[in-house]
Design a protein around this ligand. Structure first.
Ligand SMILES: Cc1cc2nc3c(=O)[nH]c(=O)nc-3n(C[C@H](O)[C@H](O)[C@H](O)COP(=O)(O)O)c2cc1C
Length: 349
């Protein structure tokens, strides 16, 4: 069904149709039984797929990656599509507009997206107010936090501290985004001295709060494995609870889209099918290096249920999707879970 509708949706600019769909979902709030109907259609059966990680129970392993619900406006509506957790954001302490339009492009032949949104968001305080207003929360919630584009890297830790403090009581866990390729110099925060300073400040905020909230780190697929190793060691030493692997890539390797088209699009992070092998390699590497001690959230190019299983088999504890949701449609979470349940049942026999 979605395959029939998708060509019509793809006639619109990605950001335009994204806004239209979110507005439609907001409208659905006022239609009687619409939420129930969506949940009947799209929420998966999760028996045997539950898992507990860093003290949180997840109904199943499939979540929505950062960037879809940037301001925490829509997570309860999006939960109707069956996600067990949703990562809102990325959020910065001050609101910011992001990069000039156009800044998001589909590459249908590659089942991919290139975006240079530049972390447009209404700020952590806006999101905190939304979270206070929107109760109960219908799935587990993570907040992805990062620095404002105008903040120099030397004082970036202050931005993370502020957002952490503002959002602390309202989400289940946090993801530190130091890996978005669309904010100048941001990925340099993955250098060990900068990261060590960041972890120290994040831990200080956590110590000031009664409840301990898990913090994960989202890494770029573009860093060398030696740097990834150093990051893993530091994360383990600093008590960071997990790693999200990975963000989008600057690479344009292995694309089938006409190189001239790709060149015209210009800078941005590539997501979707071409990212899969790189993200999978990162997940395998982290799992092997840590002997499975550190939980991994796999993210990047999971376009088929088989790939979700492969990521979990490679050592991921949870998976996140973004581009796969755009290309596969609203039933994708249910499809993945159905496939996982069948695969696990087969293995038990
Ligand atoms: C339009 C768009 C906006 C995104 N915004 C963010 C963001 O704000 N913060 C973040 O950490 N990742 C962001 N991402 C990256 C995704 O969370 C995810 O890491 C990446 O797209 C790879 O997963 P996928 O191949 O399933 O899309 C964005 C991705 C897209 C396509």
């Amino acid at each position: 069904m979605y395959k029939l509708i998708r060509p019509i949706l793809f006639l619109f600019q990605p950001e335009t149709i994204h806004r239209m769909i979110l507005n439609l979902l907001k409208f659905c709030r006022y239609i009687p039984f619409c939420r129930t109907l969506l949940r009947i259609c799209y929420c998966p059966h999760t028996k045997g797929l539950e898992r507990e990680l860093f003290g949180i129970t997840f109904k199943h392993p499939v979540g929505l990656a950062a960037g879809f619900d940037k301001n925490g406006d829509m997570y309860n509506d999006l939960a109707n599509f069956g996600f067990s957790f949703i990562e809102i954001g990325s959020l910065t302490p001050k609101p910011q507009d992001g990069n000039p339009l156009p800044r998001c492009f589909r590459l249908p032949k590659d089942k991919a997206i290139i975006n240079r949104m530049g972390i447009n968001n209404k700020g952590a305080r806006y999101a905190a107010n939304r979270l206070i207003a929107e109760k109960p929360v219908r799935c587990k919630l993570a907040a992805s936090i990062t620095k404002n584009a105008a903040t120099p890297n030397e004082t970036a830790y202050k931005d993370y501290e502020k957002s952490l403090a503002i959002l602390y009581d309202f989400v289940d866990f946090f993801v530190l985004n130091v890996s978005c390729p669309n904010v100048r110099d941001l990925t340099e925060l993955q250098d060990i001295p900068a990261l060590a300073e960041l972890f120290e400040h994040v831990n200080t905020v956590r110590r000031f709060n009664d409840e301990h909230k898990p913090v994960l780190l989202k890494v770029s697929p573009d860093i060398p494995l030696e740097q990834l190793d150093e990051i893993i060691d530091l994360a383990l030493l600093s008590g960071i609870e997990g790693i999200v692997a990975t963000n989008t890539t600057r690479s344009r390797e292995n694309l089938v889209t006409d190189p001239k088209v790709v060149e015209t699009i210009g800078n941005g992070g590539l997501s979707g099918a071409p990212l899969y092998e790189k993200s999978l390699a990162f997940v395998k590497h982290i799992h092997e290096k840590t002997a499975g001690i550190i939980p991994i959230v796999a993210c990047g190019g999971i376009m088929k249920p088989e790939q979700a299983l492969e990521m979990l088999d490679a050592g991921a504890s949870l998976i996140e999707i973004y581009t796969g949701f755009i290309y596969n449609g609203p039933a994708y979470v249910k499809r993945i879970n159905r496939y996982l349940a069948k695969a696990y049942a087969k293995r038990k026999k």
